[in-house]
Ligand binder design. Structure first.
Ligand SMILES: [Zn+2]
Ligand SMILES: [Zn+2]
Ligand SMILES: [Zn+2]
Length: 243
């Protein structure tokens, strides 16, 4: 965190250096990212992502959309608009915060995007089947996403029973766990553990971690071995969609 000198922010362990939360999902044919954080450019450069087919948004908070401007590099090299999937709530924020992308007279070189409206209905991006999962972030609806046996949920602090059904059967779950102390719109560490255990998910990783949670290695020692903290650059291989 900017300006912070706590043990976590000054740790020399690379796994304590946490950029904003996002994932890249890749099949044989398709590559997409979930959210474009303020760190999107840094993340794409770090992972050397040369091809990107789509962006899927979870919700309109700044730490999940701010990096959208940088898709212009993909426009330049791929010679086509970026497919962007967002619900109405997120689209409203995109139109406001990136007004120039949507203006009638476009300045040359600005990002070129093709907006697709999503709801809680399943949809497909290239050969990747996506099942949205509606979760609550205090009063804001947020979309989690299930890809085959893998589910990604960020910025939630409550999930209704009928949505939990959609997560069940996942082999790997990535879910947000902000810190130990309670928070109005994010799961705490214990709440996240309880969710994983309730849904009987074999392997889980926690993301959207605050520096207030503690050191990566210390917290992992406190957690069951099948539930660990995620870290920047973590790669997970899963059995993909069978289609
Ligand atoms: Zn700190
Ligand atoms: Zn949020
Ligand atoms: Zn967030």
């Amino acid at each position: 965190m900017i300006g912070c000198g706590c043990a976590i922010c000054s740790s020399s362990n690379e796994k304590d250096k946490r950029l904003r939360s996002s994932i890249l999902v890749k099949s044989n044919k398709t590559t997409l990212v979930v959210d474009t954080t303020p760190d999107f450019r840094t993340q794409m450069l770090r992972e050397n992502v040369k091809k990107l087919d789509a962006v899927i948004f979870t919700h309109p908070h700044k730490d999940h959309i701010a990096g959208l401007d940088d898709v212009r590099a993909y426009n330049f090299f791929q010679h086509k608009p970026m497919d962007v999937y967002a619900n109405d709530l997120t689209q409203e924020a995109l139109r406001r915060e990136f007004y120039y992308i949507f203006s009638e007279k476009k300045y040359p070189g600005i990002p070129n995007i093709h907006l697709h409206t999503i709801t809680d209905e399943p949809f497909k991006v290239g050969d990747i089947q996506v099942i949205p999962i509606l979760v609550h972030h205090l009063n804001m609806p947020v979309l989690g996403f299930r890809f085959g046996n893998f589910t990604y949920i960020t910025d939630a602090n409550k999930i209704d029973d009928q949505e939990k059904v959609k997560i069940k059967g996942s082999e790997v779950l990535v879910v947000n766990a902000l810190r130990k102390k309670e928070h109005i719109s994010h799961f705490t560490l214990q709440e996240a553990v309880d969710l994983v255990e309730e849904l009987k998910i074999p392997v889980a990783y926690f993301t959207h971690i605050s520096h207030q949670l503690g050191l990566h290695d210390d917290i992992n020692k406190e957690l069951p071995s099948n539930i660990q903290l995620a870290y920047d650059g973590l790669q997970i291989e899963i059995e993909g969609n069978k289609n």
